[in-house]
Design a binder for this molecule. Structure first.
Ligand code: GDP
Ligand code: MG
Length: 192
């Protein structure tokens, strides 16, 4: 539509509607320790083994969803510093959001609701895709939030819901496919 950063050697500039060239900005939100960076690394295809607590990463990756390529720029920057400015930026910049809590930590679940409310306030008139994610589903014995509580919360907050395990790579692919589908749905309904 606007810019034409050409990624091919031929000189044809594809305009608009073509789906490649479209990059979706997806922002991870959630309390410290819930597994945002772990999910981001799985998504980014980063080898396991280093469990650094580094913050401020973005991951750029294309995935094929419903036979169509989609590029995602995933931002794991929510905890990069404590400035209000960055938090405000995060709330403004996303095309979609992943709000993560840990199923082993009730307070992170409550924090997720708060984040959902903040997001709604920041983007009032917009109908942005949000997925609520209950991570660490592998930790069966220390579970504090049930699947039912998670999905009920998602209904109240009008967003999608999925449980994942970054450690087992369980549902991580589904999570990102779900994000892409939601973004496409909203876009299509806007354009009509
Ligand atoms: P962040 O602070 O939200 O970025 O969380 P991290 O990704 O740094 O994860 C915090 C801790 O939880 C690390 O020790 C991870 O190894 C662990 N963790 C993350 N995801 C999972 C998971 O799905 N299952 C289990 N058992 N541990 C996890
Ligand atoms: Mg982190």
């Amino acid at each position: 539509r606007n810019s034409c950063v050409s990624d091919s050697s031929d000189s044809v500039i594809s305009s608009g509607s073509d789906s490649d060239g479209q990059i979706y900005k997806v922002v991870l939100l959630g309390e410290h320790g819930v597994g945002k960076s772990s999910l981001a690394r799985v998504f980014g295809g980063v080898e396991d083994g280093h469990d650094g607590d580094e913050t401020g990463n973005t991951y750029d990756r294309s995935i094929e969803v419903d036979e169509e390529e989609a590029s995602i720029l995933l931002y794991d920057i929510w905890e990069q510093d404590n400035s209000q400015w960055l938090k405000d930026q995060c709330m403004k910049m996303g095309d979609a959001y992943i709000i993560v809590y840990s199923v082993t930590d009730k307070s992170s679940f409550e924090k997720a609701s708060e984040l959902r409310i903040q997001l709604r306030r920041a983007r009032q008139s917009e109908n942005i895709p949000i997925i609520l994610v209950g991570n660490k589903s592998d930790l069966v014995r220390s579970r504090e939030v049930s699947v039912d509580e998670g999905s009920a919360c998602a209904v109240v907050f009008d967003c999608k819901f999925i449980e994942t395990s970054a450690n087992l790579h369980h549902n991580v692919r589904n999570l990102f496919e779900g994000i892409v589908r939601q973004i496409r749905l909203r876009k299509d309904s806007k354009e009509e």
